[in-house]
Ligand binder design. Sequence first.
Ligand SMILES: Cc1cc2nc3c(=O)[nH]c(=O)nc-3n(C[C@H](O)[C@H](O)[C@H](O)COP(=O)(O)OP(=O)(O)OC[C@H]3O[C@@H](n4cnc5c(N)ncnc54)[C@H](O)[C@@H]3O)c2cc1C
Length: 414
Amino acid sequence: MTTPLTEHDVRAELNAWLDNAWDPSIGLAAWRERLVSSGWAMPSWPVRWYGKGLPVWADKTVADEMRTAGVVGPPLGSGMSLAAPTLLEHATDDLNEQLLRPTLTGELRWCQLFSEPGAGSDLAGLTATATLDGDEWVVNGQKVWTTSAGHADMAMLVARTDWSAAKHHGISYFVLPMRQPGVEVRPIVQMNRHASFNEVFLTDARIPVGNLVGTLGDGWRIARTTLAHERTFATLRPPRYATDGPRHPVIVEAEAEAAEHFKTYIWYPQRAGRADLVVDRARARVVHTDPVVRQEIARLVSFALASEWTAARGRAARALGRPPGPEGSLGKLAASEVARRAARVHSLIAGAGALLTAGDDPSDAVIAEVLVSTPAQSIAGGTDEIQRNIIGEKILGLPREPSSDTDRPFRDHA
Ligand SMILES: Cc1cc2nc3c(=O)[nH]c(=O)nc-3n(C[C@H](O)[C@H](O)[C@H](O)COP(=O)(O)OP(=O)(O)OC[C@H]3O[C@@H](n4cnc5c(N)ncnc54)[C@H](O)[C@@H]3O)c2cc1C
């Protein structure tokens, strides 16, 4: 019988490799090539795909160990969190050969072309259409709310390929190259003044025939893999490297890469409600002795802690190798509730001061930004109502919600 691998073993093996391999004097691209070739970038991935075939928990152990050692890891973003897991599960070897390595090195950046003006919660009602023309797919239609579309090289795209099939069956999943004339990206300015997402207009955009993920017409099932990973994904703050000592090239480049990435997500901590700030804010405004304020803070903080533990349970299940399931909806819904409650408690503490803008407010209008950003928490990645439907149907076993979807060809719906 072989002894099971422990976290200690993984750390020891990683550190033995780092002792020889980590060289902060080389550039980011050279370091990432070395990291990816070693299998330590994503150790749970198959050996064939730049991993070590270790259990899923090893990814977190290795990421934590590298962070503590000040070593640069794989890039952030939807390429690693959404595209790569979807490709690993569903794409052909040829496509994985082309895309996984440059995604791991950070050479390819990704966005997610799912939502449309008439298809958000009801994503399967999408109408962007892909038609085969020789050895290319030609795509026409409009996507919306696409985060980071302006920076992306590649997109996960769902498009209709068969209008005579029923709603959920005529959809296919593609990898669309973003940098081409048929793709026009227009930023949307939000009420919190950031412009993180975009409208994307697709006019005769071209996709090589080999960029179909999975089989034709199976796009709905594959999109659900991506969405399940999205409900478990939350990276709100950039990695920190040691600031003392020499400024090595790999660190300087990795910090610049993270800073660029986080420009899009700079308001995401505020979107989550900033429950971490309430106690200090109450003290600063000397309302921490008010019994109503104290009660509201206690309610918020205990709910936030309970929901953090729910999220930790989800992470533990993932670490054991279970695929993300409906429990992701519990965490997603709890995160919305924390954000809403935190916004209310911040308003109670700040009073009219919550309306001050940057420059007038000593705390740089963080609370004003919380108030206008928290609605996004309960929309992005599937709205609260949709999470409740999933919990009702998949966890509680309640009857399915009434649906007008039928087996009729989708063209008769539209
Ligand atoms: C910060 C942020 C980032 C995003 N990034 C991306 C991205 O990168 N790529 C992408 O493709 N999309 C992205 N989105 C879009 C997001 O996925 C959609 O906004 C979301 O799925 C909701 O769709 P919708 O906006 O069309 O609202 P709708 O679906 O029109 O919903 C309107 C209202 O009706 C309710 N409703 C709808 N259906 C039901 C139902 N069956 N039962 C009960 N209530 C229902 C909803 O809960 C909501 O309150 C992003 C959104 C946000 C806020």
